[in-house]
Write a new protein. Structure first.
Ligand code: NAP
Length: 269
């Protein structure tokens, strides 16, 4: 590959991508990045309005996108979306399982309902996405790329978010095992494991119900995060979208079963 081809290998023109959790944060930034690189992007989110908004921003910027409501914890709904996208667009080349939720609390007191809820979205939801996308991709001449959202919480001890960390560690093993199973069919499966990124998930610690920011609280949350990070910085959704684009595109054509860690250095493996 010469240098100009190498840069072009990040483009995803003519590809069809499905991004879950595309209404907000990392999923939204990933949808915009893939669309900017040429993909037709199906933006899926449990909050349909926010997915439609992301798609509208894609179209407004001259790209191709549509927004749909999807609860990733409902297997039938995930399968239906994959079938519908194939019927409408002729295939699926990229599927990013980004949707996720956070549940907090000390492990000894963790209620079973909380565990069931987070497993349903953060682990089963990712598996359902992998199954629906993988079934389509293994039958395609040009294969495909699946990208799963893990977390630095899978790499380091994660007090107070143990069920979340369990799910994210499970995503890593799912990613590796599936990558091994379907690699020979031309389908790559990788994960991104972000460090602390400013999104709705993390902003809720300091964003008031009316949407304004409690700046004192924000600094109280972010200062120790920065201090614990070798790069002394907090991630932005685009920092993770860049990794998603790399993994989705041919730039990573020799990469599968891997965990890419845009985390400011908070975990080094
Ligand atoms: P976010 O801004 O809250 O975005 C997550 C999106 O997923 C939201 O739009 C959310 O909708 C949606 N969602 C929730 N449950 C869903 C379901 N059952 N089906 C479909 N969509 C659903 O969070 P984010 O920070 O961008 O997180 C994206 C992913 O990155 C997550 O998997 C998260 O665990 C992971 N991650 C984030 C960080 C971080 O620091 N932000 C670090 C490591 C990993 P609602 O808002 O309506 O719930």
């Amino acid at each position: 590959m010469d240098a100009s081809t190498l840069i072009d290998s990040f483009r995803v023109d003519g590809r069809v991508a499905v991004i879950t959790g595309a209404g907000s944060g990392i999923g939204r930034a990933s949808a915009l990045a893939l669309a900017g690189a040429g993909a037709t992007v199906v933006c899926a989110d449990i909050d349909r309005d926010s997915a439609v908004e992301t798609a509208a921003d894609i179209v407004g910027a001259g790209g191709r996108g549509e927004g749909v409501g999807l609860d990733v914890s409902v297997k039938r709904a995930v399968d239906d979306l994959a079938e519908r996208v194939v019927a409408d667009h002729g295939g699926i080349h990229i599927w990013a399982n980004i949707a996720g939720i956070m549940v907090e609390g000390p492990v000894l007191d963790a209620p079973e309902e909380d565990l069931d809820r987070i497993l349903a979205v953060n682990l089963k939801g990712v598996l359902f996405g992998c199954q629906a996308a993988g079934r389509v991709m293994v039958g395609q001449a040009d294969g495909g790329s699946i990208v799963n959202a893990s977390s630095a919480a899978a790499d380091v001890p994660s007090p107070n978010v143990v069920s979340y960390a369990m799910c994210k560690a499970g995503v890593v093993q799912l990613t590796k095992s599936l990558a091994y199973e379907i690699g020979r069919k031309g389908v790559r499966v990788n994960a991104v494991a972000p460090g602390f990124v400013l999104t709705g998930m993390t902003g809720r610690y300091f964003v008031r119900p009316d949407g304004t920011v409690d700046e004192e609280m924000q600094e109280a949350v972010l200062a120790p995060m920065r201090k614990a990070t070798p790069l002394r910085s907090i991630g932005e959704p685009e920092d993770i979208a860049a990794a998603v684009l790399y993994l989705a595109s041919d730039a990573s054509r020799f990469v599968t079963g891997q965990v890419v860690r845009p985390n400011g250095g908070v975990a080094m493996l």
